[in-house]
Design a protein around this ligand. Structure first.
Ligand code: ATP
Ligand code: MN
Length: 466
C-alpha cells in the first residue's frame, strides 16, 4: 500500500498514470450495474475527487452499498477526467472501508440550512461550505502572524484569567472554585473571595490590551491573538460570548499611525484571502444564503487597492443628522453610534471602509487618551460594509494623573490596576493599539451572514453545546 496523498495534492500535482492512495469521506455515491461513481472529500481541498469503481472490484458489493458520510481509503490510478470542471479523476483498484454510516446520518441532503448545520456543529466540517469557511479562517490566522511578524511585532500570549476588567464595562464571566450552594461570607455579608482559588475575585479576560501595553512598553511592538470572553447579552449576528481578537500595541505610536496599521492589516487579510482562497470564496459566494455574491470579489479588490477614509466622530454625526434616513435611535453629539448609524455611514454614505476617530470621552473606555478639547478621546472605530464595527482602537492615556482622575470619575476600583498605573509612573511613553474581532473579519471577507458560522463551536447567550 502506498502512503496517503491529500486530495489537494492530487489536484495540484496531477500525477496522471500513477497509482496513489487517498482517504476521506464519501460525499455521494451512485451505482449502476457495471460501475459506481464515488465523490470523495478529505477536507484538504474545495473540490472532491471523483472515483470510478468497476464492478469487478473485489469488495464491489459492499462498496456499492456504502452511504454518504462513510470513510474509506481508495488506492487507484489517477487518470485524466472526462467530465468537465475536473482535471483528473481516479480509477479505483482497491477500497478499504473504515467506517460506515446509516440513513440517520444528518448530512444526507445538499442545501441544509445554516441553522440546521449549526445544531450539527460536530459534523458540519464535512460539508463543502464549512470546509471552505474553516480553511479560510486558517489562512487568515496565518496571514495575521505573517503580517505582524514581518513588521517586527512580537506575539504575546496574554493571560485568559484576570483580576481586572480591561474595558471597565463589567461584562465578565467569573472564574471560581467556590461552592455556589454554600458561599463563604465576610462580616459585611459579601462573598469572601479570599477563600477562593486565587484568593480574589477573578474573571475571563475581555481583552488582552492591558497586558499588551506592558509588553509594548518593553518589546516595542506586540500583538495578541487569542480568545476573548464577554458576558454581554447581545443576541445578534455579530456577537459571540467567546470570540478571538487580534490586538496589536505599539510603543511611541500615535492614533494616526495605528489607524494606518489597521488599514494595512485589513488590506493584507483581504489580499491574502483573494490569493490563497479563491476556490473557497467562489464557493461561498455562489450559495444562496451568503450575504454577498461573486461581485464581492471586486468590492474586496477595491478595498485592497484604495485608501481608507478617515473622518471624526463629529463629522460622522453631522453626516447622520443631515440625511433623510429615519433611524431607530436619533443621532445626537455625545451618544455612541449605533449599528444602524455605522452601517449607514459605511454602506450607504461612503460605500467603503471608513475610520471614525475622536469619540466623546463618555462613550469610550477609561484608558483612552484625552484630547485637548476636554470632551473627546483619541479613539477610533473601523467600520466596514455589511458588518459595521470591525476594529476598535485608541491612543492610550500615558499621563498618570489624567488616568487616575478618569478612573475616579468612572468610579473604578483602582487597586487591582496598580501595575497598569506603574507603566505611567516608570518611563511612560505614548502608545496606541487596537483590537480586531477575528470572526467579524472572516464574516466581512466571506460574506457569511452569521458570526456563529465562522467559528467552530459558537458560544452565545443560552447556548454552549459541544
Ligand atoms: P460592539 O459595539 O460591536 O459590541 P465593541 O465596541 O464592544 O463592539 P471593542 O470592545 O472595541 O468592541 O472590541 C474590539 C473588536 O472586537 C470589535 O471591533 C469587534 O470586532 C470585536 N468584538 C467585540 N465584541 C464582540 C463580540 N461579542 N463578538 C465578536 N466580536 C466582538
Ligand atoms: Mn460590545
Amino acid at each position: 500500500m502506498t502512503g496517503r496523498l491529500l486530495i489537494k495534492k492530487v489536484f495540484e500535482t496531477e500525477p496522471v498514470g500513477q497509482t496513489v492512495t487517498v482517504k476521506g469521506w464519501i460525499r455521494s455515491i451512485r451505482n449502476s450495474k457495471k460501475f459506481s461513481f464515488m465523490v470523495l472529500n478529505d477536507g484538504s481541498y474545495q473540490d472532491s475527487l471523483q472515483i470510478v469503481i468497476d464492478a469487478d472490484l473485489e469488495n464491489y458489493e459492499e462498496v456499492a452499498s456504502l452511504l454518504t458520510g462513510s470513510s474509506v481509503s481508495v488506492t487507484g490510478k489517477v487518470v485524466e477526467s472526462g467530465g468537465k470542471g475536473q482535471s483528473v479523476e481516479m480509477q479505483a483498484e482497491s477500497i478499504h472501508i473504515y467506517g460506515k454510516t446509516d440513513e440517520s446520518y444528518p448530512l444526507q441532503k445538499k442545501g441544509s440550512s445554516l441553522e440546521f448545520l449549526r445544531e450539527k456543529a460536530h459534523l458540519r466540517a464535512r460539508t463543502n461550505l464549512f470546509g471552505a469557511v474553516f480553511r479560510i479562517r486558517h489562512e487568515l490566522a496565518q496571514a495575521t502572524h505573517k503580517f505582524f511578524s514581518d513588521r517586527g511585532f512580537y506575539y504575546l500570549n496574554s493571560p485568559i484569567i484576570t483580576a481586572v476588567d480591561g474595558e471597565g464595562a463589567g461584562e465578565m464571566f467569573k472564574v471560581t472554585t467556590l461552592d455556589l450552594e454554600n458561599l463563604p461570607k465576610d462580616d459585611k455579608g459579601n462573598v469572601d473571595y479570599s477563600k477562593d482559588y486565587f484568593g480574589k475575585d477573578v474573571s475571563l479576560c475581555v481583552t488582552g490590551q492591558l497586558e499588551g501595553e506592558c509588553h509594548a512598553l518593553g518589546l516595542g511592538s506586540v500583538y495578541t491573538f487569542g480568545p476573548t470572553f464577554r458576558s454581554e447579552n447581545s443576541n445578534t449576528k455579530r456577537h459571540l460570548s467567546e470570540f478571538w481578537m487580534i490586538e496589536p500595541e505599539v510603543a511611541f505610536a500615535d492614533l494616526d499611525e495605528v489607524a494606518d496599521l489597521a488599514a494595512d492589516y485589513i488590506k493584507f487579510l483581504v489580499a491574502w484571502a483573494l490569493e490563497k482562497c479563491e476556490k473557497e470564496l467562489n464557493f461561498i459566494w455562489g450559495i444562496p444564503f451568503s450575504d454577498v455574491d461573486k461581485s464581492h470579489r471586486s468590492v474586496l479588490e477595491n478595498v485592497r487597492d484604495s485608501e481608507f477614509l478617515k473622518i471624526t466622530y463629529t463629522e460622522a454625526v453631522e453626516i447622520l443628522s443631515k440625511t433623510n434616513v429615519k433611524f431607530e435611535y436619533p443621532t445626537e453629539w455625545g451618544k455612541e453610534l449605533q449599528t444602524e448609524h455605522e452601517k449607514y455611514l459605511t454602506e450607504e454614505h461612503f460605500k467603503k471602509p471608513v475610520i471614525v476617530t475622536d469619540y466623546p470621552a463618555d462613550c469610550k473606555a477609561f484608558y483612552m487618551k484625552q484630547n485637548e478639547d476636554g470632551k473627546t478621546v483619541r479613539a477610533m472605530d473601523v467600520l466596514v460594509p455589511g458588518i459595521g464595527e470591525i476594529i476598535g482602537g485608541s491612543q492610550r492615556e500615558e499621563d498618570l494623573d489624567k488616568l487616575i482622575k478618569k478612573m475616579d470619575e468612572d468610579g473604578m476600583e483602582k487597586e487591582g490596576y496598580w501595575w497598569y498605573l506603574e507603566l505611567r509612573k516608570f518611563g511612560t511613553a505614548p502608545h496606541s493599539g487596537f483590537g480586531l474581532g477575528f470572526e467579524r473579519a472572516i464574516m466581512y471577507i466571506t460574506g457569511m451572514p452569521n458570526i456563529r458560522d465562522v467559528i467552530a463551536f459558537p458560544r452565545t447567550p443560552k447556548s454552549c453545546d459541544f
